[in-house]
Design a protein around this ligand. Structure first.
Ligand SMILES: *Cc1c(COP(=O)(O)O)cnc(C)c1O
Length: 319
C-alpha cells in the first residue's frame, strides 16, 4: 500500500509498504467528524502483459475537489502519479489479463489528527490500496425511484466522493432491497421530480435513439465513465441530450414505448443495465433491446481500457 502523511502543513515523504492494519488514535478526527474522501479506479492488463490506467489524473483531480469540500488539503499530482505507478508495478502480477479482470485501486484520505473538536484536522493520511477484481453478471437490476430519502441536496456534498455519502445511502437502500429492488434512483431532494443518479452510478436514459442524462451539478457526481460515454456516443453519431430528466417524462416514455434503455455508469461495471423501475408503487419494465447502446459503450470503453483498440482520446495511460 502507498501512504503519505500530511503534517506541519505539508505532505511528507510517501512510502510503499506491505498491506497492513493502521494504528490510529481513537480520537482521530475521521472517526468522529467523517473527514474522509476516496476514489475508485482500475488497472487493466493487455495481451502483452502491459498494464494500463484509464484517465488516472481525472481521479486525482476529483479527490482533490472532494477534499476541498471537506476542508482537507490537496494532494500533488506528480507524487500521486509516481506513487500509483510504482505501486501497480509492484503489484503487476495481481492484474489478471482478459476482459472483466482488473486491479481495483482505492485511493483515499483520512483525518488522522487526534482531537475531539469539530473543526478541520491538521494531520491527514493519503493511502492507495488495491485488490484484484472481476466483473460479473449482476442479473436484472430493478430500481426504486426515490420519493422519501435523498442522496444529496443543493449546497451539500453530493458532487464529492465523501465517505459519508455512502453511509447515508445504506439505510434507504436496505429498505429498497427488502422490497425487491437492488438500487435506488436518486431524485432531487426538493420535490423528487428529477432523476439524478442510480445508486452510486450516474444514470442514462435512451429515448428512441437519443441518449439523455442529467448535467453534473453540486448534487451529481462528475463520473469519469459518464463523461467518457457522452464523448463516445457523440463521436458515434448518437444525439446526447444533457439536461434535467423529469420522472414524469420517463414514466410517459415507458408508457408510450419510446423508453428503450436505462443504465447506470461507473468504474466498477462500466455500465449496469436497468430492467425495471418503480415509481409511486407502479412498476415499469423496460423491454429487452436487440442491440443495446449500453453494450456498445461497454465494448468501446473496454477496448480502450484493455489496449485492444486505438485510443483517439489519450485516455489510456501506461504504467
Ligand atoms: C464514483 C461515483 C460515480 C461514478 O464515477 P466514475 O468516475 O464513473 O467511476 C457516480 N456517482 C457517484 C455517486 C459516485 O460516487
Amino acid at each position: 500500500m502507498f501512504t503519505c502523511d500530511f503534517k506541519d502543513g505539508v505532505w511528507q515523504k510517501p512510502e510503499i509498504t506491505p498491506y497492513a492494519p493502521l494504528t490510529l488514535d481513537p480520537s482521530a478526527r475521521v472517526f468522529h467528524y467523517g473527514q474522509a474522501v476516496f476514489e475508485g479506479m482500475k488497472a487493466y492488463k493487455d495481451d502483452n502483459d502491459d498494464v494500463w490506467l484509464f484517465r488516472p489524473k481525472d481521479n486525482l483531480a476529483r479527490i482533490n475537489k472532494s477534499a476541498e469540500r471537506l476542508a482537507m488539503p490537496a494532494f500533488p499530482e506528480d507524487v500521486f502519479m509516481d506513487g500509483l505507478k510504482a505501486l501497480i508495478n509492484l503489484d503487476k502480477d495481481w492484474v489478471k489479463p482478459g476482459f472483466g479482470n482488473s486491479l481495483y485501486i482505492r485511493p483515499f484520505v483520512i483525518a488522522t489528527e487526534p482531537a475531539i473538536a469539530a473543526s478541520p484536522a491538521v494531520e491527514y493520511k493519503f493511502l492507495i490500496i488495491c485488490s484484484p477484481a472481476q466483473s460479473y453478471y449482476s442479473g436484472d437490476v430493478r430500481v426504486l425511484v426515490a420519493e422519501q430519502f435523498s442522496r444529496s441536496a443543493n449546497g451539500g456534498v453530493g458532487y464529492a466522493k465523501a465517505a459519508g455519502n455512502y453511509a447515508a445511502q445504506f439505510y434507504p437502500t436496505n429498505l429498497a432491497n427488502q422490497e425487491g429492488f437492488q438500487q435506488i434512483i436518486w431524485t432531487d431532494a426538493d420535490k423528487h421530480e428529477y432523476l439524478e443518479e442510480a445508486g452510486t452510478m450516474n444514470v442514462f436514459f435512451r429515448i428512441n435513439d437519443t441518449l439523455v442524462t442529467a448535467p453534473t451539478s453540486e448534487r451529481i457526481l462528475d463520473g469519469i465513465t459518464r463523461k467518457s460515454i457522452i464523448q463516445i456516443a457523440q463521436d458515434s453519431g448518437i444525439t446526447v441530450d444533457v439536461r434535467p430528466v423529469k420522472v414524469t417524462e420517463i414514466v410517459e416514455a415507458s408508457k408510450n414505448g419510446s423508453l428503450k434503455e436505462i443504465f447506470g455508469s461507473g468504474t466498477a461495471a462500466v455500465v449496469s443495465p436497468i430492467s425495471a423501475f418503480s415509481h409511486k408503487g407502479e412498476l415499469f419494465e423496460i423491454p429487452k433491446q436487440d442491440k443495446r447502446y449500453s453494450d456498445t459503450f461497454k465494448e468501446k470503453l473496454n477496448g480502450i481500457q484493455y489496449n485492444k483498440t486505438e485510443d483517439p482520446y489519450g485516455w489510456r495511460e501506461s504504467i
